[in-house]
Design a protein. Structure first.
Length: 143
């Protein structure tokens, strides 16, 4: 019985040390496109450069976005859907992402997915190159 109480107490202390639950729903962040994906079927996503043109044409596009600085809970990247009719995104472009209300229905009753809200800079612009340097420094443990 004593071991069970000690285990329960230790678990409670660890969860208290972890801090409050972090929720990013509705928050916006700017980051660099690390990869572009095409949804080819259901939950099957392939890198856009590996998908034949006829499958790519009207398929839903997703991107993996890396952030220059880690967000809450050390989140360094996120996946987001984007509307390719508004802009054709490429690896290296800088975009703004709005986090959806999909992960925790108690915060918001409607499901919303994380999405790209706007193109901030193309990959060959100075801002995009600055983001790339910042992400490389973060991944190496620098500032």
């Amino acid at each position: 019985m004593r071991k069970l109480l000690n285990s329960a107490l230790a678990a409670a202390m660890l969860s208290a040390c972890a801090g409050p639950e972090v929720y990013l729903g509705g928050a916006r962040a700017t980051g660099r496109v690390a990869q572009v994906y095409v949804r080819v079927a259901g939950d099957v996503f392939l890198a856009a450069d590996r998908v034949p043109e006829h499958l790519r044409k009207n398929a839903e596009r997703w991107v993996e976005v890396q952030f220059r600085e880690s967000l809450a809970d050390r989140i360094g990247s996120a996946r987001a859907v984007f509307n390719q009719r508004e802009a054709e995104l490429q690896v290296g472009d800088v975009v703004e992402v709005k986090f959806g209300y999909e992960t925790n229905p108690r915060f918001f009753p409607l499901k919303e997915i994380t999405r790209v809200t706007k193109l901030v800079a193309r990959k060959d612009e100075m801002l995009a190159k600055d983001y790339e340097r910042g992400i490389l420094a973060r991944n190496r443990g620098g500032t």
